[in-house]
Write a protein that binds this ligand. Sequence first.
Ligand code: PEP
Length: 261
Amino acid sequence: MTTRTPFIAGNWKMNLDHLQSIAFVQKLAWSLKDAKLDYGTVEVAIFPPFTDLRSVQTLISADKLPLKFGGQDVSAHDSGAYTGEISGAFLKALDCEYVIIGHSERRTLHHETDEKLAAKVAAAITHGLVPVLCVGETAEDLEKHGPSAVPVAQLRGALASVKTGANIVVAYEPVWAIGSGQAATPAQAEQVAAQLRATLAEIIGEEAASATRILYGGSVKAVNIAGFMREANVDGALVGGASLDLAEFSSIAQFQKHVGT
Ligand code: PEP
């Protein structure tokens, strides 16, 4: 079990419009309040589409909800002629605390390279956002190079310019496990998370590495979260599909109830 504050994050991808986001966040907050979730022992964050962020910010701020939120991507640029892009400054102005960078869908569908992701990580940090950097191997990578080589290389690439002591979150998301219903085993996740932490120590220093939350992502559900959370180097989960199901996501956030069973 982790000694860091666990982090349960929901990546909504391109789902739920701003009106649906308000209803969802309200119900999630009620569900976790009913369950008497102690937010001092777990951080719960959602990553809605950009167009929902203002509504989510307004609701969370007005109702003083103890939920965190962030963007699903950020521009490497601060401002200017970059049609369609969203600056870290804009996300910060909406009270985003986190931003997902390097999700496998962006690496694959938008051809985001490690170099580009390094620029996005730098931009996020410049604007006071905590990057949630996603790394993970495909099934082919796994067969050719084993589980850790590609995620470790992606980590080094995207953190090329970060300084000692940087505050980041890393999400280990094997591509073959995302949306497939076939999660990694807790032991597989732990093995890669330990390698990532050792690599982080070289990049940002021992102290920052031991404070960094490393999440597992890929077909996480209420039924399998406890196994991951029992591992020493897994500090939470980045949840895709199940984060759109209120009962599932609420139950995942309450993983402490399942861990001892
Ligand atoms: C994701 O897309 O980040 C993810 C982990 O998806 P899922 O939970 O649906 O596998």
